[in-house]
Write a protein that binds this ligand. Sequence first.
Ligand code: HEM
Length: 145
Amino acid sequence: MYPRLTRTLLAALCLCGLGACSSMPSASDSLYQQLGGKAGISKTVTMFLYQVVDDDRINHYFAGVNADRLQKRLTNQFCQLSGGPCHYGGDNMHKVHAGMHLTDADFNALVEDLILAMEKRRVPISAQNRLLGKLAPMHAQIVGK
Ligand code: HEM
């Protein structure tokens, strides 16, 4: 009925089959996939918390904190932020960090620890940057409160 349209669609399908569509967004391009799905994110968060505990600049903030609960909440938060099928059920960032009087130096130290954890887990640089880009806007809700 529409021979030209049909031919164009068929040609597009063939090209895609040959890999010409590899630059189109697909599920495997999602940040969630790049981070290794929920299992990969969970391992990165565990590594991140090891870095934080080892970091004398900020580990005093975490004394007495329920590490298991924090691990699960951070995993769900990063999973949801990266487009994964998770639900972050914790409090909002302002409420959680209120009263800690966190500084830029504290924030930067924590980000450095996250980068070290991602490096150790061999998370691709592009995924590291994408995750950090999602966390950066939280600065205003966390620092100086
Ligand atoms: C982008 C930066 C940050 C993110 C995404 C983040 C995220 C979170 C999340 C999801 C929780 C768990 C919330 C809950 O239990 O409902 C949490 C708790 C906590 N965060 Fe952060 N945080 C950030 C920065 C910081 C910094 C810079 C510090 C201190 C250096 C810090 C110290 C803490 C502490 C001590 C807790 C535990 C609070 C408690 O369970 O009583 N956070 N954070």
